[in-house]
Structures are given as structure tokens and as C-alpha cells.
Design a protein around this ligand. Sequence first.
Ligand code: AMP
Length: 304
Amino acid sequence: MRLAVTGTIGIDTVYTPRDRREGAPGGSAAYFSAAASFMAPVRLVAVVGDDWPAEHRAALAGFAGVDLAGLEVRPGARTFAWGGKYADDPNVRETMFTQVGVLEERPPVVPHDFRDSELVFLANTHPAVQLGFIDQFPSRKLVVADTMNLWIQTAHSELMDLLKRVDGVILNDSEAAMITGSKNPVTAGRGILEHGPSFAIVKKGEHGAVLIHRDGLAVIPAFPADESQVIDPTGAGDAFAGGVMGALAKSGRTDMAAVQDGMAWGTVLASFTIEAFGLERLQALQKSELLQRHARMRDIARFG
Ligand code: AMP
């Protein structure tokens, strides 16, 4: 199935307890499409300013399978930029700054050639913008969205409108708790389904993820990492979503068993993403390493 993603392309500044990077290629749609491209071709719809560095374009273009025809470079506009600082616990992150820049202006338009996409991922951006993309995909079969604390706090009613229109959401546990008031991922997931979606994947950082749908549940552990392997957790959530949606695009299925299988690919792609800053680890990733770790994941999570 044809897969499209909308979301942010950003210039990231990331501080971890041991190291830092300034001006790295990032953004929700960048991580998503880089990860998804290991599974299936992916069409990217986003907007940047003319300050977007040429090496960031080169980094994204280096992922065979990422179609950049829907990436608008808007003259005179400033690219979205974000700064985050991690505590010793990699699940704890503080946003140092968010420069919305071009996101404040009119959103990009889905190119005509992308309108036949059947799978649509609305990566993190303002919920009103996410909502505006849905009808630009008239062939959509499955629309899945992500959101984050900033939008839950500042655009709550638009987020509720968005939930009515999507088939699924992929969120982390703190976001699900902010939306529903429950810290329990199952209760929060069920609470989200009451707002409209037919499934919710609630991610729990190093504790894996839970899929909650109308007929049941599924769980997946995270790929166990030694703390020395966790270099920069940024983008893990978007890479996870890229793996899930990429796997659906590859299998041509949208049933819950296929979503569950997709969660394993998402987990493995997220585990690679955090092994280096920005997109660096995904840039170096070989398909054979991905297949090996997926097989290893099956071994270590097995019981029977
Ligand atoms: P994650 O670590 O999966 O939550 O994603 C981190 C990425 O999201 C970074 O590359 C940021 O550029 C991007 N990002 C941060 N804040 C926002 C926001 N409010 N809306 C959209 N994207 C964001």
C-alpha cells in the first residue's frame, strides 16, 4: 500500500547528560520517513524555510525510498527548530525551546501525485494542521496520528476533533495520561478509543508498548539496551511509528494482527535510532542488521 507522512522537519538541538548536538536534522516527519523507508517507500509532506541546511536535505535524500516531492521550501520563512534536554533517565526530557517558524504559516499542500496514498501518518504538528490533511487523501484506508504535550495543552479542542477523524493513534504513556487523566496505559488507551479511534498504541519507553483495540490487547517489550547504547533518545517515537506504518505498507494489511506485527519492526527501528544523535544511526543502518535484530527480538521475547 502507498504510505504518506505529514509532520515537521526541524533543526534540533539536543543535550544529553554526556554530549550535545546543535543544528541536527530532525522533526517528527524526518524520523518517521527515515525509519519507514527501511520497510516500504514513503511520501513526505512538510514545509521548511529557506534557512534549511543543504546537508539536512542530503541526509533525508540519502534514504532510498523517501519521496521528497511534497517537501516545500518556502522563501523568507524560518524552519521549525526545537531544543530538548534529557535527564539521566532517558525517558525524562525537558523542551528547552520550540521555534515554530514556518509552522505558524499556511501548511503545505499534498501534491496531486500523493493523493492516492492509502496509509497516512499524521506525525506531530498542530492538530488543526493534522486535521486539514485528512481530506487531501481521498483514497485513505487507515489514518494514524501522533501528538505531544505542547499540543495537548495548547490545542485541546482541535485535538479532540482530530481524534474523531482518525483510525488510530500512537502516543507515549505521559501523553495518553494527559489526554485521559489515567496513568494506566490500558485504561488510558480505552479512554482514547471513546473519543473515536479504533486503536491506540501507548508507548512506555524502555518498557515497550501496548496496543489497545476494540477486540483486545497486544503487548511488545522494548529491545533491551545497555545504558551505554542509549546515546540520544530523540525520534524514537517517530521511528517506532515509521516501523509500524512501513510494515503495514509492506504487508498491504490494516488488521490488528498486522499492527501487532508492525510493532516489532517499530521497536527494532526505534532501538537503532537512539544509538546515535539525530538520524546518524539510521543513515548507517544496513538492512541485514535490521533483519538480524528483528530475529533476535523474536528470540528474546518468545515464550510458549
Ligand atoms: P520524539 O523524540 O519521537 O518525541 O520526536 C522528537 C522530534 O520531534 C524532534 O526531532 C523535534 O524536532 C520534533 N518536535 C519537537 N517538538 C515538536 C512539536 N511540538 N511538534 C512537532 N514536532 C516536534
